[in-house]
Design a protein around this ligand. Structure first.
Ligand code: SAH
Ligand code: SF4
Ligand code: F3S
Length: 450
């Protein structure tokens, strides 16, 4: 009997979410079936992340659980995909004996072959990184829905000194523009309403003479009722042309994730981020002149080696200056193989935690102030479905990526665009009342019963 039932669990960033869909696309083309129930699976795959130590510890914890399941089901294969496959191949195979397959991000095409060898008792290992693989001919497996991720480039050449990504994902390469546009057309015809273009550093996208602005403009032209988002932008390469493209296309969301990492120029240099705070602020200024309503989010690391209290204050200061709508905030975690790993991790755990807490508190206060300033205003919301807490309410998202909760209304379904007037706000959520329907979703595939 062919063993063909696959269960996949995804950790880490959106690139991994998109990669799991590619993996399912490849396996689906080779006769494998997906299952949502681990107990029914012949093959269990974990698509893993190495970005910080706690991300890897979670996976080790999960492998501990799987070991128990496998003891009752000895023929079940366990595979590690993604970034940990690159970083820890030896350790995973030799020390975690329950792992049968280790396959890195550029070798997913070989999965069917590697699964076969694993069933034949050999370990299936594929961890070569490629300079060309972009999976542009693979149609990712996607359930029907509203929102889709599309990888437009892979790898990273920036080598920020704290980061494992250039080692786990290899060199930067862009996907063929036409293949991306074809995928967006397909998503539009299936009734999707939002597409996020993904890359570690989308601004350095290049296909022949087409840059990321050209890709964004072409993506937006496919279907004007399809929202286009993108992430992540590196501050070094964010061009005026890109800002003008965002400003001049109504369906490109006016929301830019622009990781600053630190407010101190000295630390930015130690991180090899290749921009100064002054340059960073010029981009923010230019964007706000062109698009007064543009929102920003960021990533911040606290406690990078040699960070002083003054450096930390500089981080709080840049947060006050930019006033981000949201931030992802982390304690520095040393990663073996990176340049910063050779520096002494000299900020104590206690200081890292204290500084991180101050950063989080400040961001919460800023988010609350920004959200409260929206009370009384109206905004367009893409309806995503029932709110998590109550079926009497709908939940949706604004162009600036804020969640809005409003009373459920007969005749409105997920995928509709509606105008909502905001009447209450917390630091994480806006609440409002329906003003009017702006546009209905044409394919009513997922109507919500009210
Ligand atoms: N390519 C993106 C982000 C990649 S990783 C960019 O350049 O912005 C997402 C975030 O994780 C990074 O922005 C950084 O803030 C954080 N991060 C990466 N390595 C880290 C480490 N060693 N310790 C703590 N945070 C880290
Ligand atoms: Fe990591 Fe820097 Fe590349 Fe982002 S740009 S993935 S932080 S090396
Ligand atoms: Fe993690 Fe790899 Fe993404 S390290 S953040 S899964 S690129």
């Amino acid at each position: 009997m062919k063993k063909n039932s696959v269960y996949i669990e995804t950790y880490g960033c959106q690139m991994n979410v998109a990669d799991s869909e590619i993996v399912m696309g490849i396996l689906g083309n080779n006769g494998y079936e997906l299952t949502q129930q681990i107990k029914k699976a012949d093959i269990v795959l974990l698509n893993t992340c190495s970005i910080r130590d706690n991300a890897e510890q979670r996976i080790y914890g999960r492998l501990g659980n799987l070991k128990k399941i496998k003891s009752n089901k000895p023929n079940m294969l366990i595979g590690i995909l993604g970034c940990m496959a690159e970083r820890l191949r030896k350790d995973l195979i030799e020390e975690k004996k329950i792992v049968d397959l280790v396959v890195g991000p550029d070798e997913y095409r070989r999965l069917p072959e590697l699964i076969d060898s694993a069933f034949n008792g050999e370990k299936g290992i594929g961890v070569k990184l490629s300079r060309t693989e972009t999976y542009d001919d693979i149609i990712p497996y996607r359930e029907d829905g509203l929102q889709a991720w599309i990888s437009v480039m892979r790898g990273c050449d920036k080598f920020c000194t704290f980061c494992v990504v250039p080692f786990t994902r290899g060199r930067e390469r862009s996907r063929d523009l036409n293949s991306i546009i074809d995928e967006i057309k397909l998503l539009s015809s299936r009734g999707f309403r939002e597409v996020t273009l993904l890359g570690q550093n989308v601004n350095s996208y290049m296909d022949g003479s087409y840059d990321f602005s050209d890709l964004l403009a072409s993506s937006a032209a496919v279907d004007r009722s399809l929202r286009i988002r993108f992430t992540t932008s590196h501050p070094q390469d964010l061009s005026d042309k890109l800002l003008e493209t965002i400003a001049s296309n109504t369906n490109i969301c006016k929301y830019i994730h622009l990781p600053v990492q630190s407010g101190s120029n000295r630390i930015l240099e130690e991180m090899n981020r290749t921009y100064t705070i002054e340059h960073y602020l010029t981009i923010i200024d230019k964007a706000r002149k062109l698009m007064p309503n543009v929102s920003f989010s960021t990533d911040i690391i606290s406690g990078f080696p040699t960070e002083t209290y003054e450096d930390h204050l500089a981080t709080l200061d840049i947060m006050q200056k930019v006033r981000y709508d949201g931030a992802y905030m982390f304690k520095y975690s040393p990663r073996e193989g990176t340049k910063a790993f050779k520096m002494v991790d000299d900020v104590s755990e206690e200081t890292k935690s204290k500084r991180l807490q101050e950063i989080i508190n400040l961001q919460q206060q800023i988010s609350l102030e920004i959200n409260q300033s929206l009370i009384g205003t109206e905004d367009i919301v893409l309806v995503e479905g029932e709110s998590k807490k109550s079926e009497l309410f709908f939940s949706g998202r604004t162009d600036s990526n804020k969640i809005v909760i409003f009373p459920a209304t007969i005749g409105i379904i997920e995928g509709d665009y509606v105008k909502v007037k905001i009447n209450r706000a917390t630091s994480a959520t806006l609440f409002g009342d329906l003003v009017e329907v702006i546009s209905k979703r044409e394919t009513e595939v997922n109507s919500i019963a009210v």
